[in-house]
Ligand binder design. Structure first.
Ligand code: DGL
Length: 263
């Protein structure tokens, strides 16, 4: 069981930012990745729809013999991780949510910005995070429709992307944020562009590395850490396998075989 793979999924290619952190921290683990690109963006879908997709992914990873699952998507986590934990109580399940706690601890100006999907920002789970960890700071939230679609197309720095992102940053900068939370797993791929658009003293915080550490803790507790060597990562997508294969080398350092996922 130790050598069984770990299932990781996202609505698209965003979760590859998390997959990279997992591979860096846990190089002995064999990784399976599903990008549900045929149903992207989750950020504009209903929670019911996303819950259904989470359960399709979980069933797929069970069938693949996975020993753990990582929901590498903030939007899917707020909508679906509670149901997954209820339905698979004995399975290590790691979700992710915007890094409000570390951002509230890090800010010096007392103003924190959050870039995330509409679905994440509208969720009760996000409201609860703010109630719990952000009572002493001002939080400026900014939904970012359209960003994910451009990143999915492999666009990380076109003029259109720069203009869209610049517009989303404006209210955060005007409010005096010194810390910006990247609350969607697609957005870490925009860090080079973000760095060009914001002053150097603003920190960018995302949760990919923390998710990898949490996965490591859960596997260690259950004596499930692999000893290796790992098999090469395997990829599936419900969108175009050819397109996914084309952008994989841009967002993931290695090439990989991409298969169609038609569930
Ligand atoms: N990558 C996802 C997240 O972390 C969302 C992208 C989407 O809207 O599908 O929230």
């Amino acid at each position: 069981m130790r050598e069984a793979p770990i299932g990781v999924f996202d609505s698209g290619v965003g979760g590859l930012s998390v997959l990279a952190e997992i591979q860096r921290l846990l190089p002995n683990e064999s990784l399976l990745y599903v990008g549900d690109c045929g149903n992207i963006p989750y950020g504009e879908k209903t929670p019911e729809f996303i819950r259904q997709r989470c359960s399709v992914m979980a069933d797929f990873f069970v069938a693949q013999g996975a020993k753990a699952i990582v929901v590498a998507c903030n939007t899917a986590t707020v909508a679906g991780v509670a149901d997954l934990r209820r339905d698979y109580p004995h399975w290590p399940i790691v979700g992710m949510e915007p890094a409000v706690k570390p951002a509230a601890a890090a800010t010096r100006s007392g103003v924190v910005g959050v870039l995330a999907t509409t679905g994440t920002l509208q969720s009760a789970k996000f409201a609860a995070l703010l109630d719990r960890f952000a009572t002493d700071v001002q939080v400026v939230t900014q939904p970012c429709p359209g960003l994910v679609d451009l990143i999915e197309a492999g666009d990380l720095h076109s003029p259109a992307l720069r203009a869209l992102l610049g517009g989303y940053l404006e209210p955060l900068l005007a409010a005096g944020c010194d810390t910006i939370i990247l609350g969607c797993t697609h957005y870490p791929f925009l860090k080079p562009l973000l760095r060009q658009l914001i002053p150097t003293d603003i920190s960018l915080i995302d949760t990919g590395a923390a998710v990898a550490r949490q996965l490591q803790r859960l596997l260690a507790e259950r004596e499930l850490l692999a000893e290796g060597p790992a098999s090469p990562a395997q990829f599936w997508t419900s969108g175009s396998a050819q397109h996914f294969g084309n952008i994989l080398p841009i967002l993931w350092n290695n090439a990989g075989v991409v298969r169609s996922f038609s569930l």
